[in-house]
Design a protein around this ligand. Structure first.
Ligand SMILES: Nc1ncnc2c1ncn2[C@@H]1O[C@H](COP(=O)(O)OP(=O)(O)OP(=O)(O)O)[C@@H](O)[C@H]1O
Ligand SMILES: [Mg+2]
Length: 245
């Protein structure tokens, strides 16, 4: 049965930290089975938008819903539907890949047997010889695979990512993007904050630019009709202004 509403719905959100207004009438929706890339300059409010969806930061006005739940009113309820990859993934250096996944799944009350965990790690592209190795020696790309494996194992309807491909080489980026395409095919609503225009142009269905605290520009692509990366680049360079307080 199709969902009644889009898994991510933000309408006319206004959010300030103290006297500094960061979001000013931001509206955004991400339908099930689609990828939206959220772009904007440093300090534009991209991570803040994710934080509001997770119920960590509260807006002053407007509405926000994750699978119909207001994260400000019921953060735990909203987070049950969300897998979140922060910019700096917190994993445990002294634990193996499998142990990290086991521990993180336990934290969200969703423990799974080892078979399922290694299947998830394999699906995320982590080589078998790394499954039981301590994370201490892992490259950034390998860590990102562990983190995305955990996110995928949770099989939740919403995936939030904060600059997931920053610091990944082009090959690792392409592998990661291919995973996101698989996640979309499952029906997940994916919201990816990124400065990576090429990745956005490659995999996103919709690209939204935050400027002056709101989505100032949106572009959609469907099927063979892809984004114009040069035009995106020009738009990206022009944008990025902070909203005046
Ligand atoms: N917890 C906080 N307390 C006070 N101000 C904050 C807090 N978090 C973010 N800000 C401010 O809000 C603005 C938006 O920050 P945010 O992290 O959302 O930007 P961003 O678009 O994710 O930027 P970047 O591309 O650099 O990651 C910035 O001016 C930042 O300094
Ligand atoms: Mg950020």
């Amino acid at each position: 049965m199709p969902p009644m509403t889009d898994p991510i719905l933000i309408d006319d959100l206004t959010l300030a930290y103290g006297t500094q207004r960061v979001l000013s009438g931001l509206s955004l929706r991400v339908p099930a089975g689609s990828i939206t890339a959220l772009l904007g300059g440093n300090g534009a409010g991209k991570s803040t938008t994710l934080s509001a969806l997770l119920g960590f930061t509260r807006a002053q006005s407007g509405s926000i819903a994750v699978c119909g739940i207001d994260p400000a009113a019921d953060p735990d309820g909203a987070r049950r539907h969300i897998a979140y990859l922060p910019e700096n993934v917190a994993l445990y250096e002294h634990l193996s890949a499998v142990e990290n996944a086991d521990y993180l799944l336990a934290l969200s009350g969703e423990r799974q047997p080892r078979d399922a965990i290694v299947e998830g790690l394999a699906a995320a592209g982590l080589q078998e010889q790394a499954w039981d190795q301590r994370l201490g020696g892992f490259s950034k790309g390998m860590r990102q695979k562990v983190a995305i494996a955990v996110a995928l194992l949770r099989r939740v309807p919403v995936l939030l990512l904060d600059e997931p491909t920053s610091g990944l080489d082009p090959r690792a980026t392409a592998d990661f993007n291919a995973l996101l395409v698989q996640v979309r095919a499952r029906g997940t609503a994916v919201l990816m904050v990124t400065h990576d225009l090429l990745s956005a142009a490659d995999i996103a269905d919709r690209i939204a630019f935050i400027e002056a605290g709101r989505v100032a520009h949106e572009a959609s692509a469907s099927g063979a009709e892809r984004f114009d990366v040069r035009a995106l680049h020009a738009r990206f360079q022009a944008g990025g202004a902070k909203v005046a307080a």
